[in-house]
Write a protein that binds this ligand. Structure first.
Ligand code: NAD
Length: 480
């Protein structure tokens, strides 16, 4: 299977460009393809096309819109092998993980498409001949920015919600991993999406985001990525009084309580940590383990972690692939070296393997001293930090100590402890006795520096709609 020939999608047309950007396979460091670099004229055409697409799309019946979106989801499922293969080539994750991401993205589109059928309003009775109709309307043209770590699922979060709400979208996926968004766009075009409803641009992220946020034609911004870039975009949007949905970084704590089974939890934890080579904003990272089970947990975790096969995502036995880019690996090495120098125990991993590819093994750091950078800075890679706690109060305080709050995990069979953690952990999502923290059906997003707004769940279209009140009297009258 070849890597696809990727183009920009502008106003229903597939557009090439003179200037291009190389796409690198992180497992081999070889160039797998090139994508077009949007010019200023391409960005302007996307804005104009989106305005035209919006006029058509927002007037279509919700059931007609949903039928197109559901057909696209079906096409994604039918094209799973092709999409997953391209994702492995550009992002590095295992083929099984990429295939799972295709199915998850299709499920997100199906969920949001059906939510689009339920954008109910209200009728507020104000008197015998007077009522107010409260309607939900699409906010307008949306600018979306998606990262490289979940190159199918993350663009889909933006596309599914914006389009299901009746909005048009101009999406800039990560240039490093363009194939997922390209395949989603292709499925939507093949399913009959009208021109201009979805536009996909690659190019200079700063130029594209600045132009879109400053354009009067764009009404809202949705971004998944780093806290630093999220803050920058939010500041630009604030200057133009445009709302944002921001899904930013995390540094997920995992509280393993005294009554948990250390070996069983460690086994689950290694699988969760290895997922996407740790490059996920909800990756379990700061393990806080009760003193009485600490050593048993650390030994079981390290033993399992040593057995995790690291290799090219296309190899059948690969569990973790390479990091997606060279700068990610440099950051991981810096954080491990700093922790080691400060006296952390490195129980496995901790060294870059020789040869090509941005590989780095699953690395377990135990008894990491206060002051180590990795305790504060999200590693966004294959590092597990395992520290101990004496009292639950201390574990909760440590879990809540950072200025991010996206996902958190806890393991205990005690109902009182579970209830206390549910009330006191500061995070957008808490998973108790499981590492599954989000699905199409549940709301997902952060608190504190992890961002605001929610994707998925019953409110997934809220950020993409505005409420309009229509006051309606039965005949012309003077109201009190
Ligand atoms: P980065 O901040 O340079 O880039 C993050 C993403 O934002 C990329 O997709 C990039 O194309 C885009 N971007 C950068 N500048 C932009 C701009 N001015 N306008 C619009 N988009 C812009 O970070 P990185 O080196 O790619 O990743 C570093 C950190 O980002 C990670 O350590 C992690 O903390 C965070 N991250 C978070 C997520 C997430 O799912 N929340 C995903 C990817 C990265």
């Amino acid at each position: 299977m070849n890597y696809p020939e990727i183009k920009l999608l502008i106003d229903g047309q597939w557009v090439a460009s003179e200037k291009s950007i190389a796409v690198i396979n992180p497992a081999t460091e070889a160039v797998v393809g090139h994508i077009p670099h949007a010019s200023a004229a391409d960005i302007a055409n996307a804005i104009a096309g989106a305005a035209r697409g919006l006029r058509v799309w927002k007037r279509m019946a919700p059931a007609e819109r949903a039928a197109i979106l559901l057909k696209a989801a079906q096409l994604m499922r039918a094209r799973e092998a092709r999409i997953a293969h391209a994702t492995v080539l550009e992002q590095g994750k295992s083929l099984a993980a990429a295939a799972f991401e295709v199915r998850r993205a299709a499920a997100i589109l199906e969920w949001d498409a059906n939510q689009g059928l339920r954008q109910y309003g209200q009728v507020v009775p104000l008197g015998p001949e007077l009522r107010c109709m409260v309607r939900r309307e699409p906010i307008g043209v949306v600018a979306g920015f998606a990262p490289w770590n979940a190159p199918i699922g993350s663009p889909m979060r933006k596309i599914a919600a914006a389009l299901s709400a009746g909005c048009a979208l101009i999406l800039k996926p990560a240039e490093e991993t363009p194939a997922g968004a390209f395949h989603i766009a292709q499925a939507l075009v093949d399913a009959g999406l009208p021109p201009g409803v979805l536009n996909v641009l690659f190019g200079d992220p700063g130029e594209i985001s600045r132009t879109l946020v400053e354009s009067d034609g764009v009404r809202m911004l949705t971004f998944t990525g780093s806290v630093a870039v999220g803050r920058q975009l939010a500041q630009m949007a604030a200057a133009r009084l445009k709302p944002c949905l921001l899904e930013l970084g995390g540094h997920a704590p995992v509280i393993v309580c005294a009554d948990a089974d250390p070996v069983a939890v460690a086994r689950l934890a290694v699988r969760a940590k290895a997922n996407n080579t740790g490059q996920i904003c909800v990756s379990p990272t700061r393990f806080l383990v009760a003193e009485n089970i600490f050593e048993a947990f650390v030994q079981a975790f390290a033993e399992q972690a040593r057995a995790v096969a690291c290799g090219d995502g296309l190899a059948p036995d690969t569990h973790i692939g390479p990091l997606t880019n060279a700068r990610r690996r440099q950051d991981i090495e810096r954080l491990v070296d700093d922790a080691r120098t400060r006296g952390a125990r490195v129980l496995c991993g901790g060294e870059r393997p020789p040869g090509k590819g941005y590989f780095y093994p699953l690395t377990v750091l135990a008894d990491v001293p206060e002051g180590a950078q990795v305790l504060r800075e999200e590693p966004f890679g294959p590092i597990a930090i395992i520290n101990r706690f004496a009292q639950l109060d201390d574990a909760i305080a440590q879990a809540n100590a950072l200025n991010v709050g996206l996902a958190a995990y806890a393991f205990s069979n005690n109902a009182d402890v579970q209830e206390r953690l549910a009330a006191e952990i500061e995070a957008g999502s808490l998973a108790i006795n499981t590492f599954t923290v989000s699905s199409a059906e549940t709301p997902f997003g952060g608190i504190k520096d992890s961002g605001f707004g929610r994707e998925g769940g019953a409110h997934s279209l809220d950020a993409y709609t505005v409420i309009k009140s229509v006051m309606q009297a039965s005949h012309a009258q003077v109201l009190a």
